[in-house]
Design a protein around this ligand. Structure first.
Ligand SMILES: O=C(O)COP(=O)(O)O
Ligand SMILES: [Mg+2]
Length: 227
């Protein structure tokens, strides 16, 4: 039996230029165990990916703020503090950095994402001033202002509970600090070669290959091991 998977999206299932790597559509539709898409992106993105992979919509979105499993959606994060931080950031002259077309936050329910082009020092200063319940997470694709109380790892525990799968049975693959909590909960964890320091330090194995090359090599090994 192949193991259940907890897969990050950006940096892990994508190419270096940010597209979903076509191999995801070869390797994941028939994976014979649960596949959890665990992402910092807003809820519709992983739902759409699961849908077009022909898989159950088992997703952790918004860094754990929203979890959808077995047909039930749980909104676990509280947007109030993150939104207040971003409001304070704006009052100090900050901008979300997405221009006029903010589809990044259009459907985001529990946190706020900002472009990597924004003033990071100001953002961190304003976040720190708000107290300890809100934090900035840098995924390498965006800054996320989120509650400290939610994480992909807690989301994975919830998915495991619902599916009656021990979180320890999951194999996790990811590339950034928002995957550290997943790595802590999963039984086996891999950082792709393009991963940031936090993910590399937290992973059981740091892969030699980047992006989907790394992910595909793990999936091939897991398949071979199960035969
Ligand atoms: O939305 C982001 O910033 C990163 O998304 P990811 O968690 O799928 O890498
Ligand atoms: Mg990622």
């Amino acid at each position: 039996m192949v193991p259940p998977l907890a897969l990050d999206i950006d940096g892990t299932l994508t190419t270096a230029s940010g597209r979903i790597d076509a191999r995801a559509f070869e390797l994941l539709p028939d994976w014979d165990a649960p596949v959890v898409l665990a992402t910092g992106k807003a809820f519709p993105y992983p739902v759409a990916l699961a849908h077009f992979l022909g898989r159950a919509e088992t997703v952790i979105a918004e860094n754990g703020g929203v979890v959808h499993v077995a047909g039930e959606t749980a909104v676990l994060g509280d947007p109030e503090a993150p939104r207040a931080v971003v409001e304070a950031f704006r009052e100090r002259g900050g901008d979300l950095g997405w221009g006029g077309r903010d589809t990044v936050n259009r459907w985001r329910e529990t946190e706020v994402a900002l472009s990597l082009d924004v003033d990071e020092t100001l953002l961190r200063e304003v976040t720190a001033a708000a107290g300890g319940d809100v934090e900035v997470v840098d995924t390498g694709y965006a800054y996320h202002v989120k509650s400290t109380g939610v994480s992909k790892g807690r989301g994975l525990e919830r998915v495991g509970d619902t599916l009656d799968v021990d979180p320890d049975e999951f194999v996790a693959i990811g590339d950034s600090e928002n995957d550290v909590s997943t790595f802590a909960v999963a039984g086996e964890s891999y950082a792709v070669a393009n991963a940031d320091v936090a993910a590399r330090d937290a992973a059981d194995v740091v892969l030699e290959e980047s992006y989907m090359d790394g992910t595909a090599s793990v999936l091939a090994d897991l398949r071979a091991r199960s035969e």
